[in-house]
Design a protein around this ligand. Structure first.
Ligand SMILES: *Cc1c(COP(=O)(O)O)cnc(C)c1O
Length: 385
C-alpha cells in the first residue's frame, strides 16, 4: 500500500463494468451483452448524422463546453413535465442539475450531505454505486434487508436505523424505483414511509428505469423539499456511452449541487447528444413497448419452469434465482449457469444470489431463452423445461 493513501481505501476493489467477462478488454461484440441493462438499440443513423453535423459545424473542440447547461436543463425540464403529464412550466431549469452520468450526481449528493458528518441508508440488494461511492468518501453505509419473496424493504429496520441517534446520523435514504437488480417498483406502503421521513433526511429516488415502468414520484417533489429524483440518459434514451444523468429537486437543493459539481462536467459532445435525444424523444422511446412485451414474454416462458424462480419486472431486465439455490445456503448453481450462458455467447449479471438478465432485441431474447433452456436441461437432465 502506498504510504500516503487513506488506509480505509485498501479494503475496496475498483468497480468492474462486466464482472462476468473476466477481462479488462472491452467486451467483444460477439456476445449478447445482457449484463448492464443498456438499451439494445444504438441511436438511429439519422440522429447520429445530426450529431456528426453538429460536431462538424458547431462544436469547437478548443473551447471549454457550456458549463451552465441552461439549454439542456430547459429541454430536460420540458420532458420531465411531459413524462408525468404536468403543465409545461411546472418544473423549469432551476429544478434540474446534470451530471456525468447519475453516478456523478450520486457523488455530489454524498459530498453535499454526508461528508464528515452523516451516513446513508440502503436496502439490499440494490444498486451498488450508492454504497461504493459512499465508502470511497469515508461515509458509513447502513444496510437493511428486503423480504426475500417480494423484495419489499424491511421498513421496521429502516425506521429503527433512522431513529437511532447513532453517530453519525442517517442523512440520506437511497431507493430505486423500480429497484435494481430485483426489478420491483416501490409499493404504496414504501412510498407512504418515504412521505413520512423527517425533513432533515434527504430521500433520493432513483428513477433510472422510469421509462419502462411509467410510474414516477416527480409530481410529489413539490410537497417534499427533502426529496430528489435521479434519472439518466443511459437506459431508455440509448446514450450510455455519453454519460449524462440528471436530477429533479427544489431549486435550493439544486443550487447546492451546482456548487459542488466540477465546472465542465459534461463534454460538449455529450451535451449535444443529450439535446438531440430530448428533441427526438418520441422516436427514441418508440422501442419501449417492444421491450416491455419482450419482458412479459420472457417471464411467461420461465414462470412455470420448476428449476427457476423468476420475478415480475417493471424495468428492462428480469431477476431470477435457481430453486435449488433457494434451498442451498451455498448458492453455487447460478455461478455455473452464468458461466455456461457465457460459453454459449450470452453475458448476464450474477448478483445477489441470482441472475439479472437485460431484455435485448427480439433476436437476442430468442437466443437467451434457447440458451437458458439448454443450460438448464444439461444441469437438470431429469426435468423437461
Ligand atoms: C444504470 C443505472 C443508473 C445510471 O447511471 P449513469 O451513471 O447515469 O449511467 C443509475 N441508477 C441505477 C439504479 C441504474 O441501474
Amino acid at each position: 500500500m502506498l504510504p500516503f493513501i487513506r488506509s480505509d481505501l485498501a479494503k475496496f476493489s475498483a468497480y468492474k463494468p462486466h464482472p462476468g467477462s473476466n477481462t479488462a478488454e472491452p467486451v467483444a461484440t460477439q456476445f449478447d451483452r445482457l449484463d448492464t441493462n443498456e438499451s439494445p438499440y444504438d441511436l438511429p443513423i439519422e440522429l447520429k448524422k445530426k450529431l456528426a453535423a453538429n460536431y462538424e459545424r458547431i462544436i469547437e473542440t478548443n473551447r471549454y463546453p457550456d458549463g451552465g447547461h441552461q439549454n439542456l436543463k430547459r429541454a430536460i425540464a420540458g420532458y420531465v413535465n411531459e413524462s408525468v403529464s404536468l403543465p409545461p412550466n411546472t418544473f423549469s431549469e432551476n429544478n434540474i442539475s446534470v451530471g456525468n452520468g447519475s453516478d456523478e450526481l450520486i457523488r455530489s449528493i454524498l459530498i453535499a450531505t454526508c461528508l464528515g458528518e452523516g451516513s446513508i441508508l440502503v436496502a439490499n440488494p440494490t444498486f451498488s454505486m450508492y454504497g461504493i461511492t459512499a465508502q470511497t468518501l469515508g461515509i458509513p453505509v447502513i444496510q437493511v434487508g428486503r423480504n426475500q419473496e417480494n423484495f419489499e424493504i424491511d421498513l421496521q429496520a429502516a425506521q429503527t436505523a433512522i431513529e437511532q441517534n447513532q453517530n453519525p446520523p442517517v442523512r440520506v435514504v437511497f431507493v430505486v424505483h423500480p429497484n435494481s437488480p430485483t426489478a420491483n417498483p416501490l409499493t404504496e406502503t414504501e412510498i407512504n414511509w418515504l412521505r413520512k421521513i423527517p425533513e432533515n433526511i434527504l430521500v433520493v429516488i432513483d428513477e433510472a428505469y422510469f421509462e419502462f415502468c411509467q410510474h414516477s414520484l416527480v409530481s410529489e417533489l413539490q410537497n417534499h423539499s427533502n426529496w430528489i429524483v435521479l434519472r439518466t440518459f443511459s437506459k431508455a434514451f440509448r446514450l450510455a456511452s455519453m454519460r449524462v444523468g440528471y436530477c429533479v429537486a427544489n431549486p435550493n437543493l439544486i443550487a447546492i449541487l451546482e456548487k459542488v459539481r466540477l465546472p465542465y462536467n459534461l463534454p460538449s459532445f455529450s451535451i449535444a447528444a443529450a439535446l438531440i435525444a430530448m428533441e427526438n424523444r418520441h422516436t427514441l422511446l418508440e422501442t419501449i413497448p417492444q421491450t416491455i412485451s419482450e419482458r412479459i414474454n420472457f417471464i411467461e416462458t420461465f414462470s412455470k419452469n420448476p428449476e427457476l424462480k423468476i420475478w415480475q419486472s417493471s424495468a428492462n431486465f428480469v431477476f431470477l434465482k435457481l430453486q435449488q439455490d433457494l434451498l442451498n445456503p451455498e448458492q453455487k448453481g447460478f455461478v455455473t449457469l452464468t458461466q455456461r450462458l457465457k460459453d454459449n455467447g450470452t453475458l448476464v449479471r450474477q448478483i445477489s444470489g441470482g441472475l439479472r438478465i437485460t431484455i435485448g432485441t427480439p433476436e437476442e431474447n430468442i437466443r437467451t431463452i434457447e440458451r437458458l433452456k439448454t443450460v438448464l436441461n444439461s444441469l437438470y437432465p431429469q426435468v423437461t423445461a
